[in-house]
Design a protein around this ligand. Structure first.
Ligand code: GUN
Ligand code: ZN
Length: 436
């Protein structure tokens, strides 16, 4: 039995801070500890008590740094790593000009492997321990993603992105039957292996024929324990386009619903321009929507309604590379700014929850990751709350813990990430490290 005790400030959640007063839902321990046994969290509590309770444990002391559940990025496109921050286009032109040509390169398994490794290097450097990523239409892109993640011991979600309509370029299209067959084979190979979750992944209605959506709906019905990830109502032009391609659909969500692609376990990225019917249906089936704030401002999509947290599972995500950052800190900052533009000041406890427990809940992995509670897997991030001069001098003026945390949320980046633990093993420091 391996026992490890890590010391620092600790943040965890006893409740959803959108449904309880945020400062009561969150738990903060100034001199806290996380006891890890065989890769799982055994206990979280005051350092003194846990030191006495586990005298044999190997101790790592992070001093005043903050120990949290690792960040969970609920919607990303790892194949877009190399085209992040591409200038000047809105969604449909951005896909055609930058995204699709880059995704074509993934027919080369060696290129896919290179980008998958680079992607996990980047997200881990930013403190993200779980990603839910679209791959490309190429099965090799899925192999590269799950292969890299499983070698690193990560819990991840991913799937082959399916497109069979002539709205997608030649070279980046499959067929309804091929998408079913390849998704099924990849699902059988990867879902439940190590810490992998296969997500059935139609890119979005405009690049699929109704036959492909039917085929993937049938596959989901055969494997209802798999998540299903796609895009919904990101830009007004896209909503109109979906409507013109599916003229009998009541609305965008209906293009999925009619083909068996609405249900619990459904993850609908963006979900900005929803009608009242769509919101009600998503809530009725207990589906999840994913807020991608840096993408929504970067591509010019719109301002997500954070009020949806009242009725829906809501995850937070970078949407790499439509999003402009790999950092969930930067993503929280953008979520805060969008909240302000819509008249809601999102509390730091709520922002942090969205990036950890909220995203885990959206992915239906909250019984394993996203929160520092006994029984969960020990995927952690350790955050330096004074990582730059600008942050440190502002943090010096903090009145309380939330005032200390907020400057890192607003101004922090990968320099704030002191360490990352995967299933109870630190990536950088091992054993006793100096407090700071
Ligand atoms: N809608 C369909 N595909 C994509 C994509 O790759 N990125 C974003 N942001 N939206 C999409
Ligand atoms: Zn996306």
């Amino acid at each position: 039995m391996t026992e490890r005790l890590i010391l620092g400030q600790v943040i965890s959640y006893a409740a959803d801070p959108f449904r309880a007063p945020p400062e009561e839902a969150a738990r903060h321990e100034r001199h806290g500890a996380v006891l890890i046994r065989d890769g799982r969290i055994a206990e979280v509590g005051p350092a003194d008590r846990l030191r006495a309770a586990a005298p044999q444990a190997e101790v790592t002391d992070y001093g005043a740094a903050l120990i949290s559940a690792g960040f969970v990025d609920a919607h990303a496109h790892y194949p877009q790593t190399a085209i992040i921050a591409s200038w000047g286009k809105r969604l449909i032109d951005w896909l055609n000009l930058y995204t699709f040509p880059e995704e074509m390169r993934f027919d080369d398994p060696a290129y896919a492997a290179t980008i998958a490794e680079r992607y996990f290097d980047l997200v881990l450097a930013h403190g993200t321990t779980t990603t839910a990523s679209f791959c490309t239409i190429h099965p090799a892109s899925v192999e590269a993603y799950f292969g890299a993640a499983s070698r690193r011991g990560l819990r991840v979600v991913g799937g082959k992105t399916c497109m069979d309509r002539d709205t997608a370029p030649e070279g980046l299209r499959d067929t309804a039957q091929a998408s079913y067959d390849q998704s099924k084979a990849l699902l059988e190979r990867w879902h439940g292996r190590d810490r992998m979750h296969y997500a059935i992944t139609p890119r979005f209605s405009p690049t699929s024929t109704p036959e492909q959506l039917d085929a993937l709906g049938a596959l989901w019905a055969e494997h209802p324990d798999c998540p299903m990830q796609t895009h919904l109502s990101e830009q007004t032009d896209e909503v109109a386009w979906a409507g013109s391609l599916y003229p009998s659909a009541r609305d965008y969500l209906d293009t999925y619903e009619t083909h068996g692609l609405l249900g619990p376990g459904g993850l609908y990225g963006h979900s900005i321009w929803l009608t009242e019917r769509e919101k009600a249906r998503l809530a009725e089936v207990d589906a999840a929507v994913v807020h991608c704030p840096t993408s929504n401002t970067f591509i010019g999509s719109g301002l997500f309604d954070i009020g949806l947290t009242g009725s829906l599972r809501v995850g937070l995500a970078t949407d790499t590379g439509g999003g402009s950052s790999f950092s969930m800190l930067r993503t929280m900052a953008a979520a805060y700014e969008i909240g302000q533009l819509r008249g809601t000041a999102i509390h730091p406890a709520q922002l942090w929850w969205l990036a950890t427990a909220g995203s885990a809940r959206a992915l239906r992995l909250d019984d394993r990751i996203g929160n520092l509670v006994a029984g969960n897997e020990a995927d952690l991030v350790v955050i330096d709350l004074a990582s730059t001069l600008a942050i440190a001098q502002r943090a010096d003026n903090a009145q309380d813990f939330w005032g200390l945390l907020f400057p890192t949320i607003m101004m922090g980046d990968d320099r704030a990430v002191r360490d990352v633990w995967i299933a109870g093993t630190p990536l950088r420091g091992a054993g006793t490290v100096a407090g700071g």
